[in-house]
Design a protein around this ligand. Structure first.
Ligand SMILES: [Fe+2]
Length: 289
């Protein structure tokens, strides 16, 4: 271990809701991290599903280094969003080169409930977002606990979906949210649709969760429209006030969450008058089972 690394054990964790989310008060990510501290953070990540670090400087290099502790970091197919020379970082911004709002929302797809990377064979594990600029109103990030969403389903629903697989398709979700800015043919070829179980078992907690969201298009073996209706119904059933945490951002906060067991969305803001700039990194997980 590097002698300059500061120890912060035990972690000071403030729960954000009774079930979901915890704020870690006593870690500064730019100070470096011992293996023992990372193990504690990882245990909190599995327990709380969403972790918040209060306002602090997290330069791009430190954000990527932190993400690499979790696993292999995704290089996103949408290369127009790569940030600061780091292909691991994906910047969503509505500001122009002079720092003025452009009026264009950089990713309307984030406004619908989804789970990052579900459109890939190997799906997203952690997403790590640093808030560079935050609007005064709107632009929140909301989370919903997918263990709880599965548990709330009645036995008939659970039996009905037990062995179903959904096809997740980035082109589908992107096109319907961003009709004016679709994927290129090359990007589509690079990321063809994939199917995943509707109910997945978290590989580390071994608990079942609902796994759908906005990238889920249709159900294998079911007529298209019937599958669409089922997905829409389950996506709506999943969201419940007892299972959600709504985060109102302060600039320079860092949020991280477990895509295997939460869905998330951003709320709208006025991109013509307010700035919102985030730096995002997604860690690859595994093939869902
Ligand atoms: Fe997302």
């Amino acid at each position: 271990m590097n002698a300059t690394v500061v120890q912060h054990r035990p972690l000071e964790i403030r729960p954000l809701t009774p079930k979901l989310g915890g704020e870690i008060a006593n870690v500064r990510l730019a100070d470096g991290m011992s293996d023992a501290l990372f193990r504690d953070i990882y245990a909190a990540f599995l327990r709380y599903q969403v972790l918040l670090f209060p306002p602090q400087d997290v330069p791009p290099r430190e954000q990527v280094a932190f993400a690499r502790r979790f696993g292999e970091v995704q290089i996103h197919v949408m290369s127009q969003y790569h940030a600061d020379g780091y292909p691991e970082l994906y910047r969503l911004s509505n500001l122009d080169a002079d720092g003025k709002p452009t009026g264009k929302h950089p990713d309307k797809g984030t406004l619908a409930w989804h789970t990052d990377g579900s459109w890939q064979h190997v799906t997203g594990q952690a997403t790590i977002i640093y808030g560079e600029v935050m609007p005064e109103t709107g632009g929140e990030t909301h989370f919903c606990d997918m263990y709880g969403a599965y548990e709330r389903l009645d036995p008939l629903w659970k039996a009905r979906i037990a062995n179903l697989r959904a096809v997740h398709n980035l082109d589908f979700s992107r096109t319907r949210r961003h009709g004016e800015d679709p994927m290129t043919e090359e990007q589509k070829r690079a990321k063809p649709p994939v199917d995943h179980p509707v109910v997945r078992t978290h590989p580390e907690t071994h608990c079942k969760c609902l796994y759908l969201g906005d990238h889920a298009e249709w159900i294998v073996g079911m007529p298209y429209d019937e599958g669409r209706a089922l997905i829409e119904e389950l996506n709506a059933l999943a969201i419940h006030p007892d299972l959600t945490y709504e985060h109102r951002w302060k600039a320079r906060e860092l949020l991280l969450w477990d895509n295997r067991c939460v869905m998330h969305r951003a709320t709208a803001y006025d991109p013509a008058t307010q700035g919102r700039v985030i730096r995002r990194c997604t860690v690859l997980g595994e093939v869902p089972v």
